[in-house]
Design a protein around this ligand. Structure first.
Ligand code: MG
Length: 249
């Protein structure tokens, strides 16, 4: 069931979204050669807790980290680890979320570790722009399929693929609510978007095949072909005037 929020409830979600956004910014700032993903996770944890909020990924389904940190061919759900050291040229997807006053925020971005190759820059640029196009399609009166179609068309026109197995989602009192928001689809199809819906749009874009593979740890999702993947996400509110990004720092 899609829970439509009042304007007051959308307002109440802003602190959680702002804390998520600042945690992501700080995590991204820490991406440097020689740093471990566990160190980045600690920065994110410390910031979220310092704001009186809770890292809402921690413990969700048993996930051990405060953030998902996914390097290169890891699509999503990378477990922060002291054993994962970043190197010059890596691309690092960080997904953070915070809960405060019973509301959730959720966002993600892919960061370059030092200087990166042209193909790595390309996938980051395309994924970021695909998110912008998905958000632009999230107009009241449109449908969920308009978002997916906007993302998919832009990504595929740029020679990349969209992950099918994982999708965006509603956000509210729960981190994951209805509706599902796929990064692919057909314009004019799916649930109607109405003012008061709050959704996370999160294109996961692969360089090669869209097929992904869960690793033996039960969390880490990698591209099936070992090529790169990028991930950008915002929590947005659909308002009578159009989409508003809640996770903007
Ligand atoms: Mg999400």
């Amino acid at each position: 069931m899609i829970l439509v929020k009042t304007a007051k409830e959308v307002e109440a979600m802003k602190p959680a979204c702002q804390i998520s956004a600042e945690a992501l910014r700080l995590g991204g700032e820490a991406v440097k050669p020689g740093v471990t993903t566990a160190q980045i996770d600690k920065i994110i944890y410390d910031y979220i807790v310092s704001q009186g909020a809770r890292p809402n990924f921690k413990g969700l389904g048993g996930f051990p980290g405060s953030a998902c940190i996914s390097v290169n061919d890891v699509v999503i759900h990378g477990i922060p680890s002291h054993g994962i050291v970043l190197h010059e040229g890596d691309i690092v997807s960080i997904d953070t979320g915070a809960a405060v006053h019973g509301w959730n925020g959720d966002n993600a971005a892919t960061f370059a570790c030092g200087a990166v190759a042209e193909n790595a820059q390309h996938i980051m640029d395309v994924t970021k722009e695909a998110l912008a196009r998905g958000i632009a399609a999230a107009q009241p009166g449109n449908r969920v399929g308009d978002i997916g179609a906007a993302v998919q068309q832009y990504v595929e026109a740029n020679g990349l693929s969209v992950v099918r197995t994982f999708v965006g989602h509603g956000v509210g009192r729960k981190l994951h609510e209805d509706p599902e928001v796929p990064n692919f689809g057909t314009a004019g199809h799916g649930p109607r978007l109405v003012a008061g819906m709050v959704i996370a749009i999160e294109p996961m874009v692969n360089e090669g095949t869209h097929v992904v593979k869960e690793q033996p740890d039960g969390w880490t999702i990698k591209t099936a072909d070992g090529k790169l993947s990028a991930h950008f996400e915002h929590t947005i509110a659909i308002t009578p005037k159009g989409p508003v990004i809640l996770t903007q720092v």
